[in-house]
Design a protein around this ligand. Structure first.
Ligand code: NAD
Length: 370
């Protein structure tokens, strides 16, 4: 039996479906805490469009300070419909998404973790060609989040009469070392295999990346390390995702590969994510957005947020059993035939025997299986 603890969480419900899905994640977290004798307190803060409405800015210093004072942050999603929402008539630095970039920076969140796992019950929605023995992948992408091309010097100007733009891709060995360590530590808790993705046949930053990752690997002799070029990795993800356990890569490659990896599961409402700093602190959120088209209808799928809460227990609180319980409860709920609207098969034959539930119905079904 684990020792009873008190968990202090900052919550950013955000906009659109955010408040609905965060409510269900809290429901499941409360249930698992009760089971193990833990207590939990939530402090809700504003960020995104709701913060613009209240304070005129997408992120306030107060929100940052409250998040910093807690052990972890659980987030729903932010933003609205860009075509109709007045938030998008503001200049880019004042729009909802600016709050997200600013909070990642303020909290020093340098490692972005995105699992891509195919639930057997949802295998029919996987867009990949079938494979002998069935599709069965379970991988996690560890993306460097605060360096590289997105943070390097950039300019656009006339050079010899020709408009020219430059972006700078820069990494130092310390930035590479800390993300590599994160990847190896995660692999130690999984199937002990790291694939380091780079473009070392062309880029100097990639050659440094490869050298440093190999140095770090010496401290983790129980973990197998392979290098893969990014173009090959993009191909292998759609050809044979079963080969991967942990993929570690730099910011831009990770941005693209993690979206690709998400899509091969075929279910946007199922994908969790974590962004971590150098301590155990992290911000946990679903990979999808605020789905303004279905906000307030009570039909959003809360599973990605529930699984993000499980990641929070695993990575910020080192509560492995509690995290496993949530993940197993999600698997059992799907196995027992509960489906949110987005997961319902279109074909009535395939839908026969399944139970359609709304957002809170899905939260109830998962909590009941903890
Ligand atoms: P989206 O992910 O919000 O929605 C895409 C489609 O998937 C929509 O049809 C939506 O109804 C559906 N969907 C998404 N999540 C779902 C869920 N949990 N259950 C059921 N269906 C779900 O992407 P978008 O429409 O491009 O963006 C909407 C807003 O969200 C934009 O303002 C965008 O900037 C923002 N956004 C925020 C985040 C974040 O908060 N981290 C991430 C991505 C997009």
């Amino acid at each position: 039996m684990s020792v009873a603890r008190h968990l202090e969480i900052a919550c950013i419900p955000g906009d659109g479906i955010g408040p609905e899905i965060v409510a269900e994640a809290k429901k499941v977290l409360t249930q698992v805490c009760e089971k193990y004798g833990h207590t939990i307190s939530y402090t809700d803060v504003l960020m995104g469009g709701c913060s613009i409405d209240a304070y005129g800015v997408p992120l306030t210093q107060e929100t940052i300070d409250i998040c910093k004072s807690k052990q972890a942050v659980l987030m729903g999603s932010i933003g609205g419909d860009a075509a109709t929402s007045p938030w998008y008539r503001l200049e880019p630095s004042k729009r909802p998404e600016a709050g997200l970039l600013a909070i990642r920076k303020a909290l020093g969140l340098y490692a972005n973790l995105r699992p891509a796992y195919l639930f057997p019950e949802l295998a029919a929605s996987c867009p990949l060609a079938s494979k002998e023995g069935g599709r069965n992948f379970d991988l996690i992408i560890v993306r460097e989040l605060t360096g590289g091309l997105y943070f390097g010097e950039r300019w656009t100007k006339e050079v010899d009469g020709v408009t020219t733009a430059v972006d700078t891709l820069k990494y130092n060995e310390n930035e590479i070392r800390r993300i590599a360590k994160t990847a190896f530590e995660i692999a130690q808790k999984r199937r002990k295999k790291v694939t380091s993705v780079d473009k070392a046949n062309v880029l100097d930053t990639s050659r440094l990346w490869r050298k440093v990752v190999h140095e770090v690997a010496k401290d983790y002799p129980d973990v197998e390390l392979n290098d893969m070029l990014v173009d090959n990795c993009a191909m292998q993800l759609v050809k044979d995702p079963e080969q991967f356990d942990v993929i570690v890569t730099e910011n831009m490659f990770g941005d693209i590969l993690s979206d690709e990896a998400s899509m091969i599961t075929g279910s946007i409402g199922m994908l969790s994510s974590a962004s971590l700093n150098e301590t155990s602190f992290g911000l946990y959120e679903p990979s999808h957005g605020s789905a303004p088209d279905i906000a307030g209808l009570g039909i959003a799928n809360p599973i990605a947020t529930v699984l993000s809460a499980a990641m929070m227990l695993r990575y910020s609180f080192n509560m492995t059993k509690e995290a496993d319980d949530i993940e197993n409860a999600v698997k059992k709920t799907l196995h027992d035939g509960y489906r949110s609207v987005d997961l319902m098969p279109k074909d009535p034959m395939e839908a026969a025997g399944l139970t359609k539930v709304g957002c809170s119905g899905m939260g109830d079904a998962i909590a009941a299986r903890i």
